[in-house]
Structure formats: structure tokens, C-alpha cells
Design a protein around this ligand. Structure first.
Ligand SMILES: [Ca+2]
Length: 203
């Protein structure tokens, strides 16, 4: 099973009520650190966390996550019953996915700068199965250019964001191009519905 098949199973698993979830709502075998991390930020003990609480939980483990990335993660891992908050199951899936992104980040940060540059990003995406045309990669990374004139390098949160955008949009496209021809036909509203959630920025 490939990295992304695993990811897909974890993040988009149907929300059945199979009774396999324990008292805490976490899937069996969830690492205690993950549960602790969730409970630490779920101050009102509602069993759900909002975007600010998720930001706290992730920022205490990784470098600070910007709210824009957090909102994309909330969208991708949304709880079907409440799109503005996530529960233990979504949190565990998200945590596991971020662990995989972290491993990729470290593997492809070849110069050990703690950041991912254009070439490292190209290689990382290629390594997980996405051969992104150079022109597209340029557009993608230019979103993170702070205008200083220096080389664009991505922190972990922006790297995750880039990876999620590429993965998410590619999978949406593949749904319309099941034979992987590289071309697809779809309506205007389908196109807009696919793309807008990945575009909107909040900074
Ligand atoms: Ca680097």
C-alpha cells in the first residue's frame, strides 16, 4: 500500500458507528501522546476542538502552524457533523498524516536547513508520486514568496500545505480522469467546487 493509500484510508474513512472506539473516542491503539495533546487543548472537555485549539496542539509539537494551514487541515479532515470542529477520530488521522509529512520533510531537506526549497519540494513531491511540471511548481512556490528577493524556502506548515494542495487537487482531478490520461472534462461548477477550498487564504 502506498503512502497516499494509507493516508486516504485514515483521513477519509467513512464515519461508521461500529462501536470500535473506546471511551475517549480515539481509535484503538492511538498513542497516549496524541490523546494527551488533544485533551490539553480541549479545555472545556467538549470532545471537540476548534481551529485555534488545533493550532495550539500542533504548534506545541511542530514549529508554529499558521492559521491558513490549520484551516486547510480542518477542511480536509473535517468532521461530517460539525465542519468547524474536529473530534478525536479526525485528530488522530490528522496527527498520523502529519507524522508522515514530517518524515518526508526530513528526508528531502537535503541540506538540513530545516526548510524545503524549490528543488527539495520538487523531489519530495516526485518521491511520493507527483511529477509536477516545472511551471506549476513555480506558481505553487511563488505563493510563499515574501518579497525579500531571497530564495523561497518552506517551513513545515507551508510544506504540508503545498503537499496537501497538490495531493488534494490531483486526486480531485483523477476522479474525473480515471484512466489517468492527463485530460478530463467537467463542468464549471464542478471545477469551482474542486478548486476554491484549496485557494482561499485567510491571512
Ligand atoms: Ca533545505
Amino acid at each position: 500500500m502506498s503512502f497516499f493509500d494509507r493516508f486516504k484510508t485514515q483521513s477519509y474513512a467513512p464515519s461508521g458507528h461500529g462501536g470500535s472506539y473506546g471511551h475517549s473516542g480515539f481509535p484503538p491503539g492511538t498513542h497516549p501522546d496524541v490523546i494527551r495533546s488533544f485533551q490539553m487543548v480541549d479545555r472545556d472537555r467538549s470532545g471537540f476542538i476548534d481551529e485555534n485549539e488545533l493550532q495550539q496542539a500542533l504548534s506545541s509539537t511542530y514549529q508554529r502552524f499558521c492559521l491558513r494551514t490549520i484551516r486547510l487541515l480542518m477542511f480536509l479532515f473535517k468532521n461530517p457533523h460539525d465542519p468547524l470542529r474536529i473530534g478525536p477520530k479526525e485528530f488522530a488521522a490528522l496527527w498520523s498524516c502529519l507524522g508522515q509529512w514530517r518524515a518526508i520533510f526530513e528526508r528531502y531537506d537535503k541540506d538540513r536547513s530545516g526548510k524545503i526549497d524549490l528543488f527539495e519540494l520538487r523531489d519530495a513531491l516526485y518521491g511520493i508520486g507527483y511529477a509536477i511540471p516545472a511551471s506549476v511548481l513555480q506558481i505553487l512556490i511563488s505563493k510563499y514568496d515574501n518579497g525579500s528577493g531571497g530564495r523561497v524556502e518552506l517551513n513545515f506548515d507551508c510544506f504540508v500545505e503545498c503537499g496537501m494542495i497538490v495531493k488534494g487537487l490531483t486526486e480531485k482531478f483523477k476522479e474525473k480522469d480515471p484512466k489517468f490520461t492527463g485530460s478530463a472534462t467537467f463542468s464549471y461548477d464542478t471545477f469551482m467546487t474542486m478548486v476554491i477550498p484549496f485557494l482561499v487564504t485567510y491571512d
